[in-house]
Design a protein around this ligand. Structure first.
Ligand code: ADP
Ligand code: MG
Length: 259
């Protein structure tokens, strides 16, 4: 569903955000709008401020100035679990997986947390609730190709399967926006390609996403829009084609040869 109004379909609005660490300007005057259903990639060299920006979004870090809103509601100043509850879900944070628990149980945990606001399913969740959540967890595991191994310990999974589980654990929370921190870091090409397919299938569901990623193949396969951060500033923003063609970007980050 395309339209030209950015007013109504902005899910995440980052406005005039500044973050300093001592004398270091980690983020300067960041303005960024993420539209509903879009996949927005944030790229930039090491130290550019990408993780700092995600930390501001999820409430792990309070900016010196500026605000983050989700569907028009100010998140800045709220606690991380409140922001998570509002629908801002970051995946690939640590610790995320409980290795001694089954894959199925791992998948159920964030659904309980979402429903109850905290991890209290052992003591307080009724059997009916538990059955319902289990059914949904199995459904997501099916979608993610993990259902055959769902009774195995999560600790026994391959790195690629773990990433898939983590992604599923994000999705089962029915996020308003999914923030992905380097979803293919450390993966072999085969697993990277499977993850791209998975992220594309999530895209078809219409989930809005912000993705931080070093792998240009991943970025250009998935992103609708790209913002380039360098030294705490957004130096370019546009479609993948615009970014590819932007000499400032090539100079600051892409080095010409990578794409
Ligand atoms: P990126 O994720 O793009 O590699 P970061 O957001 O991690 O960049 O870091 C941006 C800058 O802020 C870097 O110079 C980094 O050293 C600095 N930085 C990040 N976190 C802190 C912190 N907690 N204290 C001091 N400096 C920090
Ligand atoms: Mg980082």
């Amino acid at each position: 569903m395309e339209n030209n109004s950015t007013e109504n379909n902005t899910v995440l609005n980052i406005s005039n955000v500044n973050v300093t660490f001592g004398g270091l300007h980690a983020l300067s005057e960041i303005n960024l709008q993420i539209e509903e259903g879009k996949t927005h990639a944030i790229i930039g060299p090491n130290g550019a401020g990408k993780s700092t920006l995600l930390n501001v979004c999820i409430g792990k870090l309070v900016p010196d100035t500026g605000t983050v809103t989700l569907d028009g509601e100010i998140m800045t100043g709220k606690l991380p679990h409140e922001i998570n509850h509002a629908g801002m879900v970051r995946v690939f944070q640590t610790p995320e997986i409980f290795p001694e628990m089954s894959i199925l149980r791992n998948m159920m945990i964030p659904a309980f947390a979402k429903r109850d606001g905290m991890f209290k399913f052992n003591a307080f969740t009724s059997m009916a609730d538990e059955k319902e959540i289990e059914a949904e967890a199995i459904h997501v595991l099916q979608d993610f190709g993990l259902v055959d191994q769902m009774h195995h310990h999560a600790g026994s999974m391959s790195r690629g399967d773990k990433r898939r589980l983590e992604l599923g654990m994000g999705l089962i929370q029915h996020p308003r926006i999914l923030l992905l921190d380097e979803p293919t870091a450390g993966m072999a090409r085969h697993d990277t390609n499977r993850t791209i397919e998975l992220l594309q299938s999530i895209k078809e569901r219409g989930t809005t996403k912000v993705i931080i990623e070093h792998d240009m193949h991943v970025v250009f396969s998935l992103a609708d829009r790209i913002s380039v951060l360098a030294q705490g500033r957004i130096i370019a923003a546009g479609t993948p084609d615009e970014i590819r063609a932007n000499p400032k970007v090539q100079e600051a980050y892409l080095g010409g040869a990578e794409i």
